[in-house]
Design a binder for this molecule. Structure first.
Ligand code: ADP
Ligand code: MG
Length: 259
C-alpha cells in the first residue's frame, strides 16, 4: 500500500483540486491497481466537487457509527474510488480520537485494514494543523505540498515545514516530502513571478518544475463536477498531467533508493 498526503497549512492552496487530479491520472495509468481518494477534510469538498454521495463515510467509520466504509467509484469508465469525509461525523470523530490512548495512531490501527494491500491512497487534508493531519502523516509514505505564488502562501510553507520537522522528531516517523507544487500561478503578475523565483531559490530540489496556471476552467471544474483532467482547458490539463508524472517519478526514485 502507498499513502500520499496532500498537505498544506493554509486553505485554498489547491489541495483538493490536486488530490482529484492525482487520483484521476493514477487510475488511468494503473487500471489494475485500486486508487482511493480519501477526503479527510470535514469540509467534504471532494464529494461536493465530484457530486458523489455515500452513507458510510470516513467520519462515520472513525466515529464507529458504521463498521463498513463506502468506496464510491467516480465513474464507470474512470476507476478511482472516493471515501467521503462525512463532515459532521468526522468533526465528532476527531474529538473521539483525542480521547484515545494513542491518538496519533488511531487511523493507522483502525482504518487501514479496509484497503487492498496494493492500493494507492491519496489523502486530501484539512488546512489546519489537527489530529486528523497528524494521523495521516503518521501513516503516510509521501507528502506533496501545494502552494500559490502569493506572499501568504509562501510564508505558510515555512510554517508547514516547521510542523513537519516537529512531527518527525516527536513521532519518530519520516514520511518523505516529495516536493512543493505551484498549483495556481500568474506568470504575468510581477509579484507572482518574483515569488516563484524565491521558491526556486529557497527549495531548488523540492519545487516541481510543472506549474499549474490560473485557469477559469479549473476554477469552475468543481461546479461542473469534473476533475481537472476533464476540464476543457488543454494547457491546465497538460500541466496537471505533467505535475502528476513528476510526482510519480520522484516516488519511483525514492523507492529505488530505499528499497
Ligand atoms: N489553477 C487554478 N486556477 C483557478 N482556480 C483554481 C486553480 N486551482 C484551484 N482553483 C480553485 O481555487 C479554489 C481552492 O482550491 P482547492 O483545491 O479547493 O484548495 P484547498 O483544497 O487547498 O482548499 C477552488 O475554488 C478551486 O476551484
Ligand atoms: Mg480542500
Amino acid at each position: 500500500m502507498i499513502n500520499i498526503a496532500i498537505l498544506s497549512a493554509k486553505g485554498g492552496t489547491g489541495k483538493t483540486t490536486l488530490a482529484i487530479a492525482l487520483a484521476h491520472q493514477y487510475a488511468l495509468a494503473n487500471p489494475d491497481r485500486e486508487v482511493v481518494l480519501v477526503d479527510a477534510d470535514n469540509q467534504g469538498n471532494v464529494a461536493i466537487s465530484l457530486d458523489l454521495r455515500g452513507e458510510n463515510s470516513l467520519g462515520a467509520y472513525l466515529y464507529r457509527a458504521t463498521d463498513t466504509l463506502d468506496l464510491i467509484q467516480y465513474r464507470p469508465e474512470i476507476s478511482f474510488h472516493v471515501v467521503e469525509s462525512g463532515r459532521m461525523h468526522l468533526y465528532e470523530a476527531e474529538k473521539r480520537i483525542h480521547l484515545d490512548e494513542n491518538p496519533v495512531a488511531y487511523m493507522k490501527e483502525r482504518l487501514m485494514g479496509e484497503f487492498d494491500s496494493r492500493a494507492l491512497l491519496i489523502w486530501d487534508l484539512p488546512p489546519t494543523l489537527s489530529i486528523i493531519n497528524d494521523n495521516v502523516l503518521y501513516l503516510a509514505d509521501y507528502i506533496v505540498i501545494p502552494t500559490h505564488t502569493d506572499y501568504l502562501s509562501l510564508t505558510g510553507i515555512s510554517n508547514l515545514l516547521a510542523y513537519l520537522e516537529h512531527f518527525r522528531s516527536s513521532q519518530g516517523v519520516r514520511p518523505k516530502l516529495l516536493g512543493i507544487a505551484i498549483t495556481l500561478h500568474r506568470e504575468h503578475v510581477t509579484q507572482n513571478r518574483i515569488n516563484r523565483k524565491s521558491l526556486e531559490a529557497a527549495f531548488p530540489d523540492l519545487l516541481f518544475r510543472s506549474v499549474i496556471p490560473l485557469s477559469t476552467a479549473i476554477a469552475t471544474a468543481a461546479q461542473n463536477h469534473q476533475t481537472p483532467l476533464e476540464s476543457p482547458d488543454t494547457r491546465a490539463r497538460e500541466s496537471y498531467r505533467s505535475l502528476v508524472k513528476e510526482i510519480h517519478q520522484r516516488m519511483i526514485s525514492h523507492q529505488e533508493a530505499h528499497g
